[in-house]
Design a protein around this ligand. Structure first.
Ligand code: ADP
Length: 833
């Protein structure tokens, strides 16, 4: 914070509300704002039912309520004031949605409610919004906003976090700009004192975007959009099998009145055949011909199912709405297809938030509190967004205006302008969808530019490997290249296990987990000479490797091998795919999102079981090798109490503090109510822990310690937990590879795979310019495709080495380094030890 800015008062009261259409992740926003606010010394409040709750206030509250008695504290805490904010007892009423409690506590007539740390416990995993949302007509009127201002001042609220769509954020901006006038009016009406005028002269307000449509400009992603995409893809994956069984066509209507993001991403991730979105109406008029031609081509080669996705707001170039029912009629009447319509409706809003919709709102909620504390009368109201994997603040009104401009451009039929307001990834995705979904029979490239491209999976399976292969194959077919699938990596190549892949043959690969080609860890130096001979024998003119750290080292070996073997003088590219996310220089490898979701699913179930019987700490072991991505980001996504990462390791001191923290945490719980807590650890922790124990003891004690170290980590916790808590462990192992790849991994696979193909073509063309006999590939032509701050970069493999910790098989620097501290902050570890 700049020194000249006003220091926030430690007694600042901070409230959060959710407004407009609900979305998954709103509860995580409330949880993060409440926790971050308390950590910053503020009082945390929630407003029920959105702006309607602000207008209603607490004036009609039935009876004053007594805060729940605090636990008796005999221990000396690092931060004793923390206890004052532990709980006020309304968390359960909000969670159960009853509003009433048999013990007499009631939320009736109370809309602005103080909450504590434990009141938002467990909110992470719940869909929708537990504090309620509403569309408030009253708040749209000046009188309603005057009453809302009065209620806020009566309750002494200094700052407000609003989570909602563009309507809610517009409301927030209007409220803030009118605020000084409202305060003056209240004073003139004698409803507030001069003191209150001075104290509440400036309303601190900040917006978070909760919207399933991902329709807000100036942010890459809105809260709830990824979960909605999960719901849609689950539905389409299910429909796929029945469609194929009956050789049917399905027309699916998905949400998105002004924004086709959901429809587009769903179409890519689910491998749909045709799409209708508001921003880009079909180019051919009448579009019915274009649709039928495309579907006819697919059917002609033997495709048994047809999936067409229609966004709610889809329209033709004359702005005439395109309805799913009509599309169905076209397919049935013109092509004679047995066609059904499925409208997903509100199922898209519901359900447990996916991993991303827990992490994003947590990071944004924490920043929202910081933004409020730093706010001055001169600073604009901010919207918290995300750009290039970084949390950002943008002026709220600018973002809302730009969002509105998209709708305006569409209604003026200026579709190019509408597309230009979307981020570049949107048009990339649309182009990608056309490439992978359309069957082009006219080959694009002249004969000499066509290649035989080897495609190989290396290392352990990861979600998205098959989607990337499907994309590459379809691109190859379109361009006239020959895609050669090499089964079981370099081992398979040596065994002549390769075959040409076809457009239809890979059709159902999008949603498949594992590796359809078969994968293997064998490196090419098992027999580099023979590998080169096989390259020659099969006339491979390019190599596309999809895999983890082993794929990177394989590429390095092949690049170094160019000194001796001309067969390696071809473009070669590695697309990182590993649940460990340990390939250097890339922020996300394929599979990293799928595994995070698998971890979240497992931990939700474990936590439920842990709370059901008694106080229990579950030690959950993740995979990840010596890379802490899965453990660290997973811990944030599941709200773990402790996380052990390979980067930080473990010492006896930390173990002692961890035990102390857990004991204190259980002492502070409501008596008689069971709580489950999660500890996340990486898979090699036990060995490190044993070593610590042995090193820590002298000769005499060694025998006894050896006895202890044979016990597992969770047994140590169990023994230390005594009567306070029990401990069990669960090793998630290979389940973390996830059954079905997440939509994010599938969409990423398409985007990256197409870039890899373009890279291969570019370098092949460069080589074609050299004399045939002495063609040599330069270093740039052996590259790893990386995501760095959302931009995609192909980095020569020898450059990637400089960023690699080869011994520990991970990158030297990672973007999740600081997250362990945040995980600990959000369970108040520093306050309790
Ligand atoms: P969303 O936030 O999902 O876009 P709405 O557009 O329905 O949903 O807005 C939610 C609420 O925000 C409205 O019910 C209203 O109370 C408030 N709101 C929206 N627009 C305005 C406005 N122009 N002025 C004041 N309040 C508004």
């Amino acid at each position: 914070m700049a020194p000249d800015q006003p220091q926030p008062s430690s007694s600042m009261k901070l409230a959060v509300l959710t407004s407009g259409g609900d979305s998954a992740g709103m509860n995580a926003v409330v949880r993060a704002v409440v926790k971050a606010g308390i950590l910053k010394g503020c009082e945390a409040w929630i407003v029920r039912e959105g702006y309607e709750g602000l207008v209603r206030g607490n004036l009609e509250a039935e009876a004053p309520f007594a805060p729940e008695p605090l636990p008796e504290i005999t221990m000396k805490l690092h931060d004793p004031s923390f206890i004052q904010n532990l709980r006020f007892g309304d968390g359960e009423l909000l969670r159960d949605g009853t509003g009433d409690h048999p013990g007499g506590r009631s939320l009736k007539g109370r809309y602005i409610v103080r909450v504590g740390w434990d009141d938002v416990r467990g909110w992470f995993a719940e869909g929708g919004t537990l504090i309620g949302t509403a569309r408030s007509a009253a708040f749209r009127t000046p009188e309603g906003r005057l009453t809302a201002a009065h209620n806020l001042i009566i309750e002494g609220i200094d700052a407000l976090v609003v989570c909602g769509g563009d309507g809610s954020l517009t409301g927030a901006d209007i409220f803030r700009s009118e605020w000084p006038k409202l305060v003056q009016q209240l004073r003139a009406d004698g409803k507030i004192t001069d003191e209150q005028v001075t104290r509440y002269g400036h309303l601190r307000i900040v917006g978070l975007v909760g919207s399933i449509d991902n329709d807000m400009s100036m942010t890459d992603m809105t809260i709830g959009a990824s979960t909605a995409l999960h719901r849609i893809c689950e539905a389409i994956d299910n429909i796929n099998s029945t469609a194929s069984s009956h050789s049917r066509a399905f027309v699916l209507e998905v949400m998105g009145r002004h924004c086709g993001w959901l429809a587009l991403q769903a179409s890519i991730s689910a491998g749909a055949d045709f799409i209708f979105i508001p921003e880009r109406p079909p180019k051919v008029n009448p579009w019915e011909d274009e649709l039928c031609e495309a579907i006819k081509r697919h059917r002609a080669i033997g495709k048994r199912k047809t999936i067409v996705i229609v966004a709610e707001g889809a329209q033709d170039s004359d702005l005439k709405p395109i309805h799913a029912e009509y599309v169905k009629d076209v397919l049935a009447e013109r092509l004679g297809l047995d066609t059904r319509v499925t409208t997903l409706g509100h199922t898209q809003r519901g359900g447990r938030p996916c991993a991303y919709d827990r992490i994003l709102p947590t990071l944004q909620g924490v920043d929202a509190v910081n933004a409020l504390l730093e706010s001055t009368p001169e600073t604009p109201s901010y919207m918290i967004g995300i750009r290039e994997n970084k949390i950002i603040r943008v002026p709220l009104m600018e973002a809302v205006e730009m969002t509105r401009a998209v709708s305006a451009a569409i209604s003026e039929k200026d579709f190019e302008k509408a597309m230009s307001f979307r981020d570049p990834e949107f048009s990339d995705s649309l182009q990608g969808f056309h490439i992978v979904s359309e069957l082009e029979t006219e080959k694009k490239l002249p004969l000499e530019q066509r290649m035989r491209i080897g495609i190989m999976h290396i290392g352990a399976p990861a979600g998205g490997m098959n989607a990337a292969t499907r994309t590459a194959v379809r691109y190859c077919v379109r361009q006239g290249h020959t895609p050669l699938g090499i089964s079981n990596g370099f081992r398979g190549l040596l065994d002549d296990n390769l075959h040409e892949l076809s457009w239809l043959g890979v059709d159902s690969w999008m949603a498949r987990g594992g590796s359809e080609l078969g994968t293997n860890r064998t490196q090419p130096d098992i027999d580099l000479g023979t590998v080169a001979a096989k390259f020659q024998e099969y006339n491979l003119q390019a190599l596309f490797m999809i895999g983890g750290f082993e794929a990177f080292t394989s590429l390095l070996i092949l690049e170094n091998g160019r000194k001796y073997y001309p067969a390696f003088h071809i473009p070669m590219v590695h697309l990182p795919a590993t649940i460990s996310n340990n390939v250097p220089m890339t922020e996300f490898s394929l599979g990293s999102d799928t595994s995070l979701n698998a971890l979240v699913d497992a931990c939700d179930a474990i936590k439920q079981s842990a709370s059901a019987s008694r106080n229990r700490v579950f030690v959950v072991e993740t995979q990840g090798g010596r890379c802490g991505y899965l453990a660290t980001v997973g811990a944030l996504a599941v709200g773990a109490n402790i996380v052990y990462t390979p980067e930080h390791g473990i010492s006896l001191d930390t173990l002692r503090d961890d035990v102390k923290f857990l004991k204190r945490r259980y002492m502070l719980d409501v008596k008689g109510k069971s709580e489950g807590r999660i500890v996340i650890r990486y898979d090699h922790l036990t060995c490190v822990l044993r070593l610590c124990l042995i090193n820590a003891c002298n000769e005499q004690k060694r025998g006894r310690i050896v006895g202890i170290y044979h016990r597992c980590h969770h047994q140590i916790l169990k023994e230390e937990g005594g009567s306070l808590f029990d401990s069990r462990q669960a090793s998630l192992g290979h389940t973390l590879q996830g059954g079905v790849p997440s939509p994010m991994d599938r969409a990423r696979a398409v985007r990256l795979s197409l870039k890899c193909m373009a890279f291969i073509e570019k370098h092949h063309n460069l080589m074609l310019q050299q004399p045939t006999k002495s063609r040599s590939a330069d270093r740039e032509s052996a590259a790893v495709i990386t995501i760095q701050a959302s931009s995609v970069q192909l980095v020569p493999v020898d450059e990637v080495v400089a960023h690699a910790d080869m011994k520990n098989r991970r990158g030297k620097r990672t973007w999740w380094e600081g997250m362990k501290e945040l995980v600990e902050a959000l369970v108040a570890r520093p306050q309790l030890i």
